[in-house]
Ligand binder design. Structure first.
Ligand SMILES: [Zn+2]
Ligand SMILES: [Zn+2]
Length: 267
């Protein structure tokens, strides 16, 4: 694919994100306008479907139900305010948590009518009866690899979960875009691995393709100190291109300065 100018950022967080900055919506939008973007989607984390891990930790992952309602209301105002300059979509980043499909569906059914664009992401994997967050910290990732026996096994579990997320029945408001599909590589400079189970990756891509889903081409990994690459990258990115799966660039900005970041390069 040739160099092209990307005019849309499909993955942006908001002042309501508990682990993000308090930058205002206006600040994010101004940055997008400065860059000449024509369309953006705010994809705040949807509330999680249950307390499957330490509630203190989970509190930092997503806003609560009442906060998300405020988020949606404020976006209605912001969209109106800037409508002659830039198209702004109201969106959510929805966590796929294995075993919580029904609860996720319920949540999606609450917000579905208000949501114009959304992303389905895997941050948590289930190991036995326990859940682990893959992008919490290098230390936690190390513990997970130890628990499973190897880094490769963490990748296996991650991609198996990703496959389940693509196939899951989450109702009529299920997101059509798969978030940062190689997030498991977030600490790859600390835990290097050239993943060789290409068959599994290919199966994921095929399942994405037959559903006409999209992939979030996420540049946040470039800014992560132990990652330095986009999600997807490597073989996964090659498969996306090979199967001509539609990609939507996403900065995954949690600060206004990161909107549209690293969008101009060859993919
Ligand atoms: Zn976030
Ligand atoms: Zn995410």
């Amino acid at each position: 694919m040739d160099n092209k100018i990307i005019l849309r950022d499909g993955h942006i967080h908001s002042p309501y994100c508990p682990h993000g900055t308090k930058d205002s919506f206006e600040f994010y939008v101004q940055k997008a306008i400065e860059l000449g973007l024509e369309e953006i989607t705010f994809t705040e984390h949807m509330p999680l479907p249950g307390n499957f891990m330490d509630p203190e930790f989970l509190k930092h992952c997503s806003p609560t139900l009442d906060v998300i309602e405020k988020y949606i209301r404020e976006l209605d105002y912001i969209k109106e305010k800037f409508k002659s300059v830039i198209k702004i979509n109201t969106g959510l980043e929805v966590d796929y948590v294995e075993g919580y499909e029904e609860k996720i569906k319920e949540l999606l059914n609450i917000y579905g009518n208000k949501i114009e664009d959304s992303i389905l992401s895997v941050h948590f994997i289930k190991v036995g009866d326990e859940y682990y967050c893959v992008d919490a910290s290098p230390e936690e990732f190390g513990k997970l690899a130890q628990k499973l026996g190897s880094v490769e096994k963490v990748y296996d579990r991650y991609y198996e979960t990703l496959l389940k997320s693509v196939k899951a029945d989450l109702g009529i408001f299920k997101p059509k875009r798969i978030g940062h599909p190689t997030l498991v590589r977030i600490f790859n400079t600390e835990y290097p691995l050239e993943y060789t189970n290409v068959e599994l990756l290919e199966e994921i891509i095929k399942e994405i393709k037959i559903r006409n889903y999209e992939v979030d081409f996420n540049t946040a990994g470039i800014r992560k100190p132990y990652c330095k690459e986009t999600y997807p990258s490597g073989v996964f990115a090659e498969l996306v291109e090979h199967y001509a799966v539609k990609v939507v660039y996403g900065s995954d900005a949690h600060t206004a300065l990161d909107v549209g970041r690293d969008f101009v390069f060859k993919y």
